[in-house]
Design a protein around this ligand. Structure first.
Ligand code: NIG
Ligand code: FE
Length: 409
């Protein structure tokens, strides 16, 4: 057994093992201990406490007053893709909307053409580089979606890449089948035909090869409507996949209510919320996962975080790392966006991307907080005086060292 003691931690934050996601006023309760130690045995947190109870250990790291936090749990990414979409960036800056770019055959369709042409090895190498990049800014668990395949073969290729990433990476990885991300060109006038392909040809193989944990649908005008979304989700449930839905991004789409109705683990985006959507989420166990990076990059209104916190919704934050609406998985930057543009308090934003993020991707038993028995996925910060320093120094990386499964990266 290997043991590492981390001592003289200025602030040990994110302590606890809640049995449900934090909501309402509890989202601001980031449990902390000043002047603390934490012991890692093998890949697991074995203990922690105040420095006056510090045990001895063969290997000790002196945190010298810096902070220690649980690594981020990013519950929404599309980080397997073949190429960036820099060629659309100028059009976007010139005012062409996300929906218009999609209608011209750009957007998700452009990413799908690139994925269809790529080998599994190429996709793996690109995604592996992105995993290394996000782990440097403190991400320890990540959900990854398919959805840039849009054919049976290419969707399965993406999911097999995610499976390989999961087997080889130190990050905790969950896999989501997002065949219903867009309607491929050959089905332009036959959405139902594509839905049949998803349900009858993709899902059986995905279930047989255990390629996904979750099923996702882009519930949006011009993509999949609430009825189609519910049918696809229910088909996924029949194959053992839990729903996580893209809801209320560009329009008040009915996606939130649909997600709640099918018992979705999360409904994600939420830039376009009305009172009915907020009310339906407030009474549900479904988590609302907000993606401020996408709102920033698409110049959209941000999700109404304060209203949803006041309404008692369970909320997470995720990056949405993807080539179209958020080409970064940098969680510290996302925390700054959430605080500055959505007026979340630093403690709320950190809880939203640690313990609530863990719930939104089903890893709350292994990650997302400081608790004995959880994975030692930890961020040791550079010298910073307070929790609020993390979103305050926007654009800089608070992580000095990151530990994943007990190993410094
Ligand atoms: O979450 N909204 C749908 N899907 C992605 C964007 C996909 C893309 O533009 O490539 C999102 O923002
Ligand atoms: Fe997304």
């Amino acid at each position: 057994m290997s043991a590492t003691l981390i001592k003289n931690i200025g602030i040990l934050a994110g302590i606890g093992d809640p049995s449900a996601p934090l909501r309402g006023a509890a989202l601001a309760q980031l449990e902390q201990l000043s002047n603390a130690w934490l012991l890692v045995e093998d890949d697991t947190i074995a203990g922690y406490g105040p420095m006056d109870t510090c045990p001895g250990a063969p290997t000790a790291v002196d945190a010298a007053g810096c902070m220690l936090l649980p690594a981020w749990c990013d519950s929404h990414t599309h980080l397997v893709f073949a190429a960036g979409r820099e060629h659309e960036f100028r059009d976007k800056l010139a005012g062409v909307s996300y929906a218009e770019i999609a209608a011209r055959g750009g957007g998700i369709q452009a990413s799908a053409s690139a994925v269809q042409a790529a080998t599994e090895e190429m996709l793996f190498t690109g995604a592996w580089t992105r995993l290394e990049e996000i782990s440097k800014t403190g991400t320890g668990a990540v959900e990854i979606k398919s959805g840039y395949g849009l054919t049976v073969e290419a969707e399965l290729k993406m999911l097999r890449v995610i499976k390989k990433l999961r087997e080889r990476s130190s990050l905790l990885i969950k896999s989501t089948f997002l065949g219903a991300h867009s309607i491929p060109a050959i089905y332009r006038h036959d959405t139902e035909g594509y839905i049949r392909e998803i349900i009858e040809e993709m899902l059986p193989v995905i279930a047989a090869e255990r390629l996904a944990d979750y099923i996702d649908v882009f519930c949006e005008e011009g993509f999949f409507n609430p009825d189609q979304t519910a049918r696809i989700c229910r088909a996924g449930i029949d194959y053992g996949l839990k729903p996580k839905i893209h809801a209320n991004q560009l329009n008040v789409s009915g996606g939130v209510q649909t997600g709640v109705a099918v018992g979705a683990v999360s409904v994600d985006h939420l830039e376009s919320m009305d009172d009915a959507a907020i009310a339906s989420l407030a009474g549900a166990s479904t988590i609302g996962c907000m993606l401020p990076g996408a709102a920033f990059f698409l110049r959209m209104p941000y999700p109404p975080a304060r209203e949803m916190i006041a309404a008692n919704c369970a909320l997470a934050l995720g990056s949405d790392f993807n080539p179209g609406s958020c080409p970064t998985g940098n969680i510290p930057l996302l925390l700054s966006l959430a605080c500055v543009n959505m007026r979340m308090m630093p403690e709320e934003a950190i809880n939203a991307v640690t313990i609530n993020g863990a719930f939104a991707m089903g890893v709350n038993k292994e990650a997302g907080s400081i608790a004995v028995g959880k994975n030692a996925n930890l961020i040791l910060t550079r010298p910073m005086p307070a929790i609020s320093s993390i979103p305050y120094y926007f654009g800089s990386n608070p992580a000095d060292r990151v530990m994943l499964r007990g190993q410094w990266q």
